[in-house]
Design a protein. Structure first.
Length: 112
């Protein structure tokens, strides 16, 4: 979700500069932004999930997850988060991307 990405970006700026003045918002917007950041639980440090953790979060098996990211598969889902390379043979998924995908499925129907 775009809002969560914006919150993550602004929270990083808040933590980096340590004050709200750098955000170029009127004071009332800053108060709302701060409440939104605190209530959303978004952290400044992204977490990387390994395959087993992704399986637990999304409720899909290993083969299905890899089918979702393979454009040649009939089960391909362009909205499913792509893994990032962690090493020679290790991959992981950013937790925020997985959460956003789950939320899009909850609120946007089950297309894909």
């Amino acid at each position: 979700m775009r809002a969560l990405r914006s919150i993550f970006f602004y929270r990083q700026r808040l933590l980096r500069f340590g004050r709200f003045v750098d955000l170029q918002f009127p004071p009332s917007s800053l108060v709302r932004l701060r409440r939104l950041i605190v209530s959303s639980g978004v952290t400044a440090h992204p977490r990387i999930l390994r395959l087993k953790q992704v399986q637990e979060r999304v409720g899909l098996g290993r083969s299905t997850i890899y089918d979702r990211i393979n454009p040649k598969s009939p089960r391909y889902d362009s909205s499913f988060p792509k893994p990032i390379k962690l090493g020679v043979s290790a991959v992981g998924w950013i937790e925020a991307n997985i959460t956003t995908w789950i939320e899009s499925r909850m609120f946007g129907g089950c297309s894909g």
